[in-house]
Design a protein around this ligand. Structure first.
Ligand SMILES: Nc1[nH]c(=O)nc2c1ncn2[C@H]1C[C@H](O)[C@@H](COP(=O)(O)OP(=O)(O)OP(=O)(O)O)O1
Length: 160
């Protein structure tokens, strides 16, 4: 089965206590109840950049331009017990944008310090790849989930 194409963008800003990232409480659909990155599925005919600009606008009201986005690599989420959940995720960060994040039906946006991510409320794989992205790095990681679709069976970095 082919993994679905999805994309995430992490907005970064400087706070008094260090760098902060915009995440959000997922209110519907996949990952409901977790704190997740902002993003979603790439629709047919879209590029990842077009998709992430659309998803960030739909979920938070924030307007991004292509020039605001920095490529941060990819993470492939593999769910052996639910192959239909497999996702190939392109990652971006942004330090510039227009507008203030607003809640939507799908996401309640919230800023978090990058050095104290709410990992207990996120997907359990988050600390395997997200800190590198938030430090400005690029990742190419395959995360394989356990049979419970929650714990991480393995996480490996793939050579480009
Ligand atoms: N193991 C995992 N760890 C993680 O941090 N994010 C994951 C993950 N597995 C999937 N994701 C993310 C990637 C993707 O952005 C998101 C699922 O996409 P969506 O939020 O768009 O799904 P939904 O089905 O809720 O929405 P629609 O596409 O609007 O139907 O979940």
């Amino acid at each position: 089965m082919t993994a679905a194409a999805v994309t995430l963008c992490f907005l970064l800003r400087d706070g008094a206590d260090g760098t902060q990232v915009l995440l959000g409480l997922k209110q519907t659909g996949f990952g409901r109840g977790k704190i997740v990155g902002i993003g979603g599925h790439v629709e047919p005919g879209e590029t990842s950049v077009q998709a992430v600009i659309r998803e960030v606008l739909e979920e938070t009201g924030v307007v991004l331009q292509q020039g605001d986005l920095t490529d941060a690599g990819a993470v492939h989420f593999v769910f052996p017990a639910r192959p239909e959940w497999d996702m190939e995720t392109t990652l971006f960060t942004a330090r510039t944008w227009t507008g203030d994040p607003q809640p939507s039906d799908e996401i309640l946006p919230e800023w978090f310090r990058v050095d104290t991510l709410p990992v207990d409320r996120m997907w359990q794989d988050a600390d395997h790849w997200l800190p590198v992205v938030l430090e400005g790095g690029t990742v190419n990681v395959v995360v394989t989930m356990d049979a419970d679709n929650e714990s991480v069976a393995s996480s490996r970095s793939v050579l480009p």
